[in-house]
Design a protein around this ligand. Structure first.
Ligand code: SF4
Length: 467
């Protein structure tokens, strides 16, 4: 009999029962909540007269609406203040742990989960946010859910879900200098398409993944959803355990050894059966940039934009729409495209290693005249670490604007927004139309180092020229 994948092991361990329609009632080990998708869920619970079933398995923070330049209460935006107050009240009434701005532990929900050690191998994790797949980096099965499912998890700690198929993606060989985890996931999505993962869990593996730090794996898993996958994960290994050791919510003392032994068993068996397998040579991946209106529309920085005539029939309409929106020309180089704004941050690339890489580039020059910049740590802990390392001074000396922790201009549900047709070099994860706060704003996704390079040159630049 073939071995089992991590997905199968974790799924089976959390299955309460199989439902008549073939779906699973799945127990959720950790429920992360934030201010945007939880207020209606709590209201529905109140209407039904139901308590929160497992408050100790629920953790809250504030990230989307929080301003990054002035977090004094009451918040200047009345709606943001209302959402913040609702989360404070709901968590207090239900006895749920809440990390607000005065806690010193606030940050983007997908940044604080791992850094507090809440995210652990073998868990099921749900959150009312698309990028919950991030937590899969630890060998957890983690997915984003909608508001009515947030209600269901609050009330029952369970979800009704179909078991996804598993596609193993091996990234082989080694990455070249100047190529980062962001480039790896952009290359995967380019190859498999933004809908290629529908119905699948992505298992990332191979020498490139195994050599990655936990923060790099978080970046890869974060964008699983952009490839259409229900979730994405890496198998837990010594890198995982070393990252977790000593973190606040991680078992310690005698329990540590038992936890590691159990976590190790959750990894996919060497002879695990997969529904599909894909291989990608790491050496072929270049620093990548999106040019269109979905993350699959990306190319290496040294390539030219695709010609519509060369595209498959099924892709032509989406290419035409992308060119129409972005104002770019087929066949032109992406390098040299002028930018107006540079945003370094988000749950994809707002961790300390991201800021270090961006700072390394920032040391090579000054922000080009007319470019607006935001450097936003993913959490208060990331900000503190950056301060200890003197990174804010590096950024400020180069003319970058250093901010406080939050989602900032990733989704722009706060004062950080694009204006008009501005083009933003962004280390975030979505380049959809209007994503960054202006209905006509344009987003070019790339690694934090590439964003820093674009800020300094004032145009899309191959970061390898500056490193
Ligand atoms: S950083 Fe962006 S993608 Fe991540 S949780 Fe915040 S808004 Fe969502």
């Amino acid at each position: 009999m073939a071995g089992r994948s991590l997905l199968d092991k974790v799924w089976d361990a959390h299955s309460v029962r199989e439902l008549p329609g073939g779906q699973t009632q799945l127990f959720i080990g950790l429920h992360l909540i934030h201010e945007v998708t939880s207020p209606q869920a709590f209201a529905m619970l109140r209407e039904m007269g139901l308590p929160v079933r497992f408050p100790e398995r629920t953790v809250a923070t504030v990230d989307h609406i929080i301003p990054t330049h002035d977090q004094k209460r009451p918040l200047a935006d009345a709606l943001a203040e209302q959402m913040m107050a609702a989360l404070e009240k709901n968590t207090e009434q239900a006895g749920i742990r809440f990390y607000g701005t005065s806690s010193g532990k606030q940050g983007i929900v997908h940044v604080i989960g791992p850094e507090l050690g809440l995210t652990q191998p073998g868990m099921t994790i749900a959150c009312g946010d698309s990028h919950t797949s991030t937590h899969g980096a630890f060998g957890a099965v983690a997915f984003g859910i909608g508001t009515s499912q947030v209600r269901d998890v609050l009330a029952t700690q369970c979800l009704t879900l179909a078991r996804p198929r598993v596609r193993r993606i091996d990234v082989t060989g080694k990455l070249a200098a100047g190529v980062f985890a962001k480039d790896v996931i952009l290359a995967i999505i380019r190859r498999l398409g933004v809908k290629g993962g529908v119905g699948y869990a992505y298992e990332y593996a191979g020498p490139v993944l195994e050599a990655m730090s936990m923060e790099e794996r978080l970046t890869v898993c974060n964008m699983s959803i952009e490839g259409g996958a229900r979730c994405g994960y890496a198998n837990p290994d010594d890198t995982t355990f070393e990252y977790l050791r000593g973190r606040e919510f991680v078992p310690a003392g005698d329990s540590w050894g038992r936890a590691v032994a159990w976590w190790r068993q959750q990894a996919s068996d060497a002879d695990a059966r997969y529904d599909d397998r894909v291989e990608l040579p790491g050496a072929e991946i270049a620093p990548s940039v999106t040019w269109g209106i979905n993350p699959g529309q990306n190319i290496g920085v040294d390539e030219k934009l695709p010609r519509i005539a060369d595209a498959a029939d099924a892709d032509r309409a989406s290419l035409e729409e992308a060119y129409g929106y972005m104002g770019l020309e087929p066949g032109q180089s992406i390098a040299g495209t002028p930018i107006d704004v540079a945003f370094i941050g988000s749950c994809t690339n707002g961790r300390i290693s991201d800021l270090r890489e961006a700072a390394r580039v920032a040391r090579s020059g000054r922000v080009a005249p007319g470019v607006r910049t935001l450097v936003v740590p993913g959490s208060q802990a990331v900000a503190r670490q950056a301060e200890q390392e003197g990174l804010p001074e590096v950024f400020r000396a180069a003319g970058f604007d250093w901010r406080e922790a939050g989602c900032s201009m990733c989704l722009a549900m706060n004062p950080d927004k694009l204006v008009g047709r501005e083009i933003c070099a962004s280390s975030s994860n979505r380049n959809f139309k209007g994503r960054q706060g202006s209905p006509t704003g344009r987003t070019l996704l790339m690694s934090p180092a590439m964003v820093a390079a674009a800020a300094i040159r004032g145009e899309v630049t191959d970061v390898r020229e500056l490193l």
